[in-house]
Design a protein around this ligand. Structure first.
Ligand code: SF4
Length: 202
């Protein structure tokens, strides 16, 4: 873990390890000024940690496209607000031992906001997201993340049926863009990665 934190730091990111989700939640809430706006990525981890309740409880404005009852147009409007918020809070699909963050998106709002838009990006991830390298990250994402999401959504993709990925051309295809953040981009002022010593999200 110490070596991974050093790699992330050498990639221009601030990196912390916290043993449990409660400590990580406190640290993240302390990092975000109450009056800032926060874009929330499509992340099970962020929600499992109770971060939305934490932000709401102190009156911080946040943009959550998973809020129930939103129309398709409203979801897209919330996603657009995320990329111009002060902070962007999300997890990542995978972290390599070399300190690279690998993600696949459908709409692209999450990978966009991690690269440019919000001045401050905070990524929180359970240690289950750590993989050896970029090929292992892509394998993990296709087999453990995309297939689970397409299956949950009832998409008509091979992975949703438990089949190996043929790089499909389905209209329901979920993995439409892959980003590999090798270093903090110049468009982001602070990029913080918090690794939690437990399994979070998937
Ligand atoms: S390309 Fe298609 S089959 Fe492969 S992981 Fe993506 S959605 Fe699933």
């Amino acid at each position: 873990m110490e070596e991974l934190l050093k790699k992330l730091e050498s990639n221009g990111m601030k990196a912390f390890y916290l043993s449990n989700r409660g400590a990580a939640k406190d640290q993240i809430l302390n990092m975000i000024p109450t009056t800032s706006s926060v874009g929330i990525g499509g992340s099970v981890t962020v929600r499992e940690m109770g971060l939305l309740d934490g932000l709401a409880g102190r009156g911080t404005e946040y943009f959550d496209h998973w809020k129930s009852g939103l129309s398709k147009e409203e979801i897209m409007a919330v996603k657009r607000k995320q990329v111009v918020a002060d902070y962007f809070l999300t997890s990542t699909n995978a972290i390599t031992r070399g300190g690279k963050l690998v993600n696949m998106d459908n709409t692209g709002n999450r990978v966009a906001a991690m690269i440019f838009g919000p001045r401050h990006v905070i990524v929180v991830a359970g240690e289950n997201k750590i993989v050896d390298d970029v090929p292992a990250a892509i394998k993990r994402i296709k087999e453990k993340v995309v297939s689970r999401n397409t299956s949950r959504r009832g998409d008509r993709t091979p992975c949703a049926q438990g089949e190996p990925c043929p790089d499909c051309n389905s209209p329901d295809r979920l993995c439409r863009v892959t980003s590999i953040i090798e270093k903090k981009t110049m468009g982001v002022e602070t990029f913080t990665v918090i690794i939690v010593g437990e399994a979070l999200g998937y």
